[in-house]
Structure formats: structure tokens, C-alpha cells
Design a protein around this ligand. Structure first.
Ligand SMILES: Nc1nc2c(ncn2[C@@H]2O[C@H](COP(=O)(O)OP(=O)(O)OP(=O)(O)O)[C@@H](O)[C@H]2O)c(=O)[nH]1
Ligand SMILES: [Mg+2]
Length: 385
């Protein structure tokens, strides 16, 4: 995957294999969105059903033929799978199809690599890429392996090269981890300094493209990058947000916008982005932003809850923001703009807003103020209703 923004997007064929797992995306809509974000142009889609992945090819050999023919027919230059492929499957598929083959993990990694801006973000992506690469090394040296004269032969240039490469990657990973550790320590010191007051931190979390940055901008009148693409934001931005009443009572809290979550977020990325993601675990309140106009929002909520658990942020109090109210069809619009909803056995306060039009934002500010201001301000917040 190598298109630069000036290149025409590379035509790609999308493939999804249904193993009967819940949430199989028959339309491959999210994969298409990921592909477009990474600079590919989806020209055709193919889905099929299987009981279990084929160890060698992931799909059956007949299906592989079909994929090859379809790719030729549509002029696809890359094939993109919605599921994670093992290094061997990827290699075998590339041989069988005569085209580069990528999986979901690699597309997400690619997008993260294109987006990383800060020093820390770049280090994190680099670490995730090295981790991914370290499992796929063999493939780059397969021509040397072949020279060596068949399976079972020991030694030879191939093996030496692989070992050398492994060691280099191992060293690069250690160096990157050390540098990240350093950045993390600095950040920790900064946070401690911030924390010395009676600081209240709010973190925006949510599925990618839910509208977190748009809401962030609307609340703090900042200009964080918001765009109709996945993972528009990778770096954490923090601004002060004043929550107060007309009499001048109130307080400043900090609001952080950060990376969005997605189904099957590659594990290497979760590891590498621990520091960024853990910002959420340190918050006093999570603003969980949901794209209420997206029909898949229940699954997206579930995925966000899962990642929050994984990073140890599942016990942090949440306020749910059902965003894109303006885009919800009239028959599905909520009766109440402020209520409570049951998610994973927890009752969570919920506010409906449109970060774009501003509808519902005063209500959200009140709800935030109630959470952030000392109890003595409760009466004020309620009387505003
Ligand atoms: N109709 C409508 N669109 C919105 C609203 N809020 C955000 N959007 C659009 O949704 C898209 C994604 O918005 P972002 O704010 O970038 O979303 P994000 O959650 O920060 O996304 P990532 O940073 O990629 O995780 C953009 O095209 C926004 O214009 C809204 O209230 N209504
Ligand atoms: Mg964003």
C-alpha cells in the first residue's frame, strides 16, 4: 500500500469471509471506508461463507480462483481482506493471486502511519509496525530460502539473513520502547503538575468518526482536525473548558480529544498506543460519543466498551453523547433529549446533541457542570432545566 496523496487511489478488491461470527459486515462498508482512508479505491467486493479458515489460503482454492478472476475483471491492483490473515496465508494468497494482499490490521496500521503527527504518535505507530513486521519477516527472504535448497536444510544465507533481520527489528523495537517510555515519563510529570490543583479531567472517547473532534471544537471553540475519514485524530489535544453559570460561578475543567476506537483494533496498536489510550483511564469523566445516525451504533458502543475494559478505563464514570441528532430520520428521533440508558448492565446518563448544528449543547454543558462542579452548584444546574 503505497499511494501518496497526489497519486490516483490504487484500485482494490475487497474480500470478506463469513465464519458465522456475529457482526459480519456483509456490505464490507467499514472496510471500504478504511480502504478509502488509506488511499485505495474499492472497485469490487466479494463475500463468501466458510466453516473455518483454510490453513494455507484462508479461503478455498476455488474461491481464490474466483477472487483472481474478479480482480482481473475490475483491474484491481491489490486485494484487501476484512479479517486478519496469518503470515503464511498472506504469502500463499499473494502467490496464488499474483497481487499484493493486505488484511484489516495492515490497513489500520497504514492509516495510523499516515496520520501520526506528534513525536509520541510517530513512535507509537513505529512500534506497532515493527511488531507486525517481526511476525512477517520470513516472507521478504523467501527467495533466499529457496536458494538454500528446500525445507529442512539448515544454515545457508536465508536463515542467517532472517536471524540478522530479526535481531535488528528486536533492537529497533527496544529502542522505540525506551524512547516512548521517556516521553511517557515526561507526560506523567506534566500531569502530576496539573493534578496538583483540584483538577477535573474529561476525556472524549468513542468509535472513529463518531464526531468527537467536532464536539470538542464546538465545546472549547478550538480547531482540532475533524474530517469524514477514519482515525482523523491520532494525537491527544487538551483544552480548558469553562463550565459556569450566569453569576460567574463555575470552574475550568480540561477536555481531551483523542484517537477513536474501531472493531478489531490491532493488538500491536493497543499495546503501542497504551500511553495515549490510558489518558482515558486517568480521566474523572468519559464523554462517550456515539454516532446515533449510524445504524451500527449498538455494535460500536459494544466495541468501545470492550476497548475501555482492555485499557482499564471501564470503571471511569461515563456520560453518553448521542451525536448527529440532525442526521437522525424524524421517525427515529428521541422523545427526550436527556435520559438514561442501560449499557452492559450499567445505567448511563445520556444526552442527544448535534455537534454540527449546536442543538443540545447547552443541555450537555449543564450535564457536564453537574458532574464537575461541587455539590453546592447542583441547584443551579437543575434550575436551568
Ligand atoms: N450530520 C452531522 N455530522 C457530524 C456531526 N458531528 C460530526 N459530524 C461529521 O462526522 C465526521 C467525523 O467527525 P469527526 O469530528 O472528525 O469524528 P471523530 O470522532 O473525531 O473521528 P476520528 O478522529 O476519526 O476518530 C465529519 O465529517 C463531521 O463533519 C453532527 O452532529 N451531525
Ligand atoms: Mg477526531
Amino acid at each position: 500500500m503505497s499511494p501518496s496523496p497526489s497519486d490516483a487511489p490504487t484500485p482494490a478488491l475487497l474480500v470478506g469471509v463469513d465464519f458465522g461470527l456475529p457482526h459480519f459486515d456483509l456490505a464490507l462498508a467499514e472496510l471500504a471506508e478504511l480502504a478509502r482512508t488509506a488511499g485505495l479505491h474499492p472497485v469490487a467486493r466479494l463475500t463468501c461463507k466458510r466453516q473455518a479458515p483454510d490453513a494455507a489460503l484462508f479461503v478455498g482454492s476455488g474461491k481464490a480462483e474466483e477472487i483472481k478472476a474478479l480482480a482481473e475483471q475490475h483491474g484491481a491492483r491489490e486485494v484487501l481482506f476484512d479479517q486478519a490473515l496469518s503470515p503464511a496465508q498472506q504469502r500463499n494468497l499473494e502467490r496464488a493471486l499474483g497481487l499484493p494482499v493486505y488484511d484489516r490490521t495492515l490497513v489500520i496500521l497504514e492509516i495510523f502511519a499516515q496520520r501520526a503527527r506528534s513525536h509520541e504518535g510517530k513512535l507509537q505507530v513505529e512500534l506497532a509496525r515493527l511488531q507486525y513486521l517481526s511476525t512477517r519477516l520470513v516472507r521478504r527472504w523467501s527467495h533466499l530460502e529457496r536458494q538454500r535448497g528446500g525445507i529442512g536444510a539448515r544454515g545457508g544465507p536465508g536463515e542467517t539473513q532472517i536471524e540478522l533481520d530479526r535481531r535488528m527489528i528486536g533492537e529497533a523495537m527496544r529502542r522505540t520502547k525506551d524512547r516512548l517510555e521517556q516521553v511517557k515519563r515526561q507526560r506523567h510529570t506534566q500531569r502530576r503538575r496539573r493534578d496538583s490543583g483540584s483538577h477535573f479531567g474529561i476525556s472524549l472517547v468513542g468509535y472513529t468518526n463518531a464526531g468527537k473532534s467536532t464536539l470538542f471544537n464546538a465545546l472549547v471553540k478550538a480547531r482540532a482536525y475533524a474530517a469524514d475519514q477514519l482515525f482523523a485524530t491520532l494525537d491527544t489535544t487538551t483544552r480548558q473548558l469553562y463550565l459556569g453559570d450566569a453569576q460567574g460561578r463555575g470552574r475550568s475543567v480540561s477536555l481531551s480529544d483523542t484517537v477513536g476506537f474501531i472493531r478489531d483494533l490491532p493488538h500491536g496498536l493497543i499495546d503501542a498506543f497504551q500511553a495515549t489510550l490510558q489518558e482515558a483511564a486517568q480521566a474523572d469523566l468519559l464523554l462517550h460519543v456515539v454516532d446515533a445516525a449510524n445504524a451500527d451504533f449498538p455494535e460500536q458502543i459494544e466495541q468501545v466498551m470492550r476497548v475501555l475494559k482492555e485499557i482499564g478505563a471501564d470503571q471511569v464514570p461515563q456520560l453518553m453523547v448521542f451525536n448527529k441528532l440532525d442526521a437522525i430520520p424524524p421517525e427515529r428521533r428521541p422523545i427526550q433529549a436527556h435520559d438514561h440508558t442501560l449499557v452492559a448492565g450499567r445505567t448511563i446518563e445520556r444526552v442527544f446533541v448535534s455537534a454540527q448544528s449546536g442543538e443540545g449543547l447547552p443541555l450537555l454543558r449543564q450535564a457536564l457542570a453537574r458532574r464537575a462542579l461541587p455539590a453546592s452548584f447542583e441547584n443551579w444546574a437543575q434550575s436551568e432545566h
